[in-house]
Design a protein around this ligand. Sequence first.
Ligand code: GRF
Length: 213
Amino acid sequence: MSRDGAPPRARLAVLLSGRGSNFLALQAAIERGDLPARIVLVVSDQAEAPGLKAARELGLRAVALPRRGEPSREAHESKLLSALAEADVEWVCLAGYMRLLSASFVARYPRRMVNIHPSLLPAFPGLHAQAQAVEHGVKVSGCTVHLVDAGVDSGPIIVQRAVPVYDSDSPSELANRILQQEHKAYPEALRRLLAQRWEIVGRRVVFAAEKNL
Ligand code: GRF
């Protein structure tokens, strides 16, 4: 507890490569008081990412760490780890971060790294999940927030939200429908991780009753 009796606010970093709408949804949830957290760092591998610009406009600490120019993935990840450590980050939130992180990087934030993916995992991991769903002809798709492990979109699931897939859907129409749910699912998943007791049983994230916030 902090001195005013409020629960301490978790220190989040958001890693993104592009638009940043999920980052903004997290920030909005924090500002509404729905998420006991603080975004202490936004990092992008793309210097021109709109999400990075949006973070700066909000007055958040925002840094570009491009992979290009670094001699190796290890060198790039080591810079990223230094930036996270310097900002005293407790939770790493991947939000459209388009680089795969190594197992040794992931191991630095055990059960403290979260990702959002635009399909109902384990269906359609990897790139272009919405196009994969349209192509496959599924009738329902959605989004998944999960803990990050060393695999691709393979960690334990925290929250999923479903949407219908219509025969007339283009990948971008489906992507927009899913995105609306992503903006609810990501804050909800983080809130549950921060506000409830939970454990991992097998592949399952099992939540206990919600603590008072
Ligand atoms: C989202 O669809 C997310 O699920 C995926 O990348 C996209 C990022 O969008 N991992 P945004 O940058 O958060 O708007």
